[in-house]
Design a protein around this ligand. Structure first.
Ligand code: 3H9
Length: 678
């Protein structure tokens, strides 16, 4: 097998080049090649400096994740990097693309780092439930200080080359198109100088002088880190870099890394990494299916949903024409979009110029005919089959041939909507989640007649607008809401049987959800879909509406809210529920947290199994992607289906049976066969 590493001589500089597509992951052959390259440089007296760079789209994007969990094959990355750093000839990392994880650690072990301005650097291991394992947690703080290292190691977002230069992670920015030559020139300029080694630096004194930075960091990022093991280990490792010798610090890192690698969280998060990428692929559609060019998008409805959807395209530089029925609604919708952009700019995530750029791509209109030249039109109008069919009929008349017509419906039948047009092949569902400019998930609903190129275009477009897409077949509620309804059924039933509604919420919070079903109800508004007749009470929600408890916006719903929107359980609601339960003839009893958790979550797994059995989801991991991105299922459990695999499908079946809940044949068969979903 040919090595992915080759060397080139440029005068007295040896250039070690990796060519390991797609992302130059640091697999065994790359590590071996790097080690050989350094040995070659050291054994040749005519070589006076070394450059390490990569071909293809990026510098090393990290360790090869597919090797994790398999027996290790030497040389290990830490060993390879120690050899590299020990070189007495200057070694320069020449960075383009993304130097991530192990790739960033390669750069840290080099004596110097230069990069093109578009490059990014980072240690995203926490996103895989890990911390850097090739001394990154020890070299980085020594190089840039603990305070600058903390967010990189414990939050894991990459930083721009400019920022990397500012904090001292990069020595020099070089020409965007002249990296190879500039890096060689840089290396030559360092010949004869003592090699600076980041394992020997001591810039981390900031963490010693002000040890509070660690607690402050924890306090500031507590919400983001809640439930995750890796960020705390990351903080511990960075702290150790200040307190221990380099060798002891590395030992500490190795211990923490090893524990995380064998734990359940990292397994789940690595599952998710590949799940997200798999979800974008459609099994029965060839990868080279020609796509439809989407140069202009139409949106129908400038309400919260329509406006949010439009912002996705505007932010990606795609012009949008947005249609409303009345000028006032159009003005209100456009003003809200501007306000949202300006709020983002205030937080420093956009420049004022970018706000104007985005808004400049928006054309508001009251005329259907203005949508004629759109390549894709998405309707986000009222959830009624008649209304949707009417809209699609009109669209079919005015919008050019070959354009895609999409519905943002969250549960209506796309096939029926498509019958209102003469182009059912060009109809599909694009189910965005609210707030649509923020939530990552896009459920792409494949109708019976949806053409391959239409679906493939939607998947590609989803990436362009920064969404994580998963395909669903046509069924009520698609993947996400269909499973949610099973959880909601149990939540409603549990409070009638005696569980306190705040306990139901708390069980889900403890599991790792950002909120429970009753908090969610309060946030969305209890009065959604209410008939507005206080004398007609057939559900608990109607009983709450009847006494003006409409949710957070009214200051009271299931909970009472104070000025800071802090919730407190309400005696009034407790009484309403008890009265309602008595009226329905429900016997009240104490219900344990375990029972609550099992009854909320196991029926979802059962529904997920049915969705798979019916072919409504392509793969179990797609269901995990939907729930993690659309409903706040905790990432560190890997999603509902991976979580079920982790606790065992037989456990789920036994739990469902214990609580007298239905078990699908598909789930039962899998459990009996000792199989997993993923
Ligand atoms: C680490 O480094 C641990 C060390 O500290 C310790 C060692 C001791 N390995 O995302 P894309 C595949 S942990 C294997 O669609 P993009 C990916 O599955 C690692 N495969 O492209 C996909 O395959 P397919 C720390 C990998 O342009 C294909 O490459 N590093 C790896 O949208 C294209 O990927 C990270 O966590 C990998 N490391 O984004 C970085 N990375 O085509 C992880 C990618 O079959 N990677 N693949 O579906 C990324 O964030 C993105 O891939 C990147 C490119 C930004 C680089």
């Amino acid at each position: 097998m040919t090595s992915p590493i080759r060397t080139e001589r440029h005068d007295n500089v040896l250039v070690i080049i990796s060519d390991n597509p797609p992302v130059n992951a640091l697999g065994q052959a790359v590590r071996a090649g790097l080690t050989e390259g350094i040995a070659e440089a050291l054994s040749d007296d005519s070589v006076e400096a070394v450059v390490i760079r990569c071909d293809g789209r990026t510098f090393f994007a990290g360790a090869d994740i597919t090797e994790f969990g398999k027996p290790p094959q030497g040389p290990s990355l830490p060993d390879a990097l120690d050899k590299l750093e020990a070189s007495d000839k200057p070694v320069v990392a020449a960075i383009h693309g993304t130097a991530l994880g192990g790739g960033c650690e390669v750069a840290l072990a080099c004596h110097y780092r230069v990069a093109v301005p578009s490059a990014k650097m980072g240690l995203p291991e926490v996103k895989l439930g890990l911390i850097p394992g090739a001394a990154g947690t020890q070299r980085l703080p020594r190089l840039v200080g603990a305070e600058a290292a903390l967010p990189l190691v414990a939050i894991g977002n990459p930083i721009s080359a400019k920022k990397a230069k500012e904090i001292g992670l990069l020595d020099e920015l070089v020409g965007e198109d002249s990296l190879a030559a500039d890096a060689i020139a840089f290396a030559k300029s360092k010949i004869g100088q003592p090699a600076p080694r980041s394992s020997e630096g001591d810039a981390n004194q900031d963490g010693i002088k002000n040890p509070d930075i660690f607690d402050e960091f924890r306090a500031k990022n507590g919400r983001k880190m809640r439930g995750f093991d890796a960020p705390n280990a990351a903080i511990e490792a960075v702290k150790a870099a200040g307190e221990l010798s380099y060798a002891e610090g590395v030992k500490k890192e190795r211990e923490l890394f090893g524990k995380l690698m064998t734990g359940t969280q990292s397994k789940a998060m690595r599952h998710y990494f590949f799940a997200e990428r798999a979800a974008n692929k459609i099994d029965d559609i060839p990868a080279d299916t020609p796509l439809i060019d989407i140069k202009k998008v139409g949106i129908i409805g400038a309400g919260t949903m329509g406006g949010g959807i439009a912002m996705n395209f505007l932010s990606a530089g795609i012009p949008v024409t947005i249609l409303e029925m009345k000028q006032e609604a159009l003005d209100r919708g456009t003003a809200t979009m501007r306000k949202n952009y300006e709020a983002t700019a205030k937080k420093g995530r956009m420049t004022a110029e970018q706000v104007e750029q985005a808004m400049g791509l928006l054309t508001p209109t009251l005329e259907y005919s203005d949508l004629a030249d759109c390549d894709l039109v998405i309707e986000a109008v009222y959830e009624s089959m008649d209304v949707k069919k009417d809209v699609f009929g009109k669209l079919d008349e005015v919008v050019k041939e070959g354009a895609i017509l999409a519905s943002n419906t969250s549960y209506l039948n796309i096939d029926e909507i498509a019958t209102a047009t003469k182009r059912p092949g060009y109809v599909l569902g694009l189910h965005f989640f609210s707030p649509a400019n923020v939530m990552k998930l896009l459920e792409v609903v494949r109708g019976e007649k949806t053409r391959d190129d239409v679906l493939a275009t939607a998947m590609k477009l989803s990436k362009k607008i920064g969404k994580v897409a998963a395909v669903s077949g046509v069924c009520p509620g698609f993947i996400g809401n269909r499973m949610l309804s099973k959880r909601q059924e149990q939540a409603n039933q549990l409070i009638l049987e005696g569980a306190n509604y705040w306990e139901v919420d708390d069980v889900l919070l403890e599991f790792g959800f950002p909120m429970g079903p009753f908090q969610m109800g309060d946030l969305a508004g209890i009065d959604i879909g209410w008939h507005r007749d206080p004398s007609k009470v057939t559900t608990i929600r109607e009983a709450l509406c009847a006494v003006g408890r409409f949710g957070q916006k009214a200051g009271k719903g299931f909970y009472d809210y104070d000025e800071a929107r802090q919730r407190t359980p309400s005696d009034e609601v407790k009484q309403i529920i008890a009265d309602f339960a008595a009226k329905e003839g429900n016997e009240q009893r104490d219900i344990s947290k375990d029972e609550i958790r099992e009854r909320l979550l196991y029926p979802m797994v059962n529904e997920g199994a049915k969705i798979l059995d019916e072919g409504m989801a392509q793969r179990a991991s797609d269901i995990d992607v939907v729930w993690i991105n659309g409903y706040g299922w905790p990432l560190y459990t890997g999603g509902p289906m991976f979580w079920a695999d982790t606790i065992g499908l037989d456990t789920v079946v036994a739990g469902l049976e214990k609580h007298g809940l239905p078990v699908s044949d598909y789930l039962r068969k899998k459990a009996q066969g000792g199989e997993r979903f993923n």
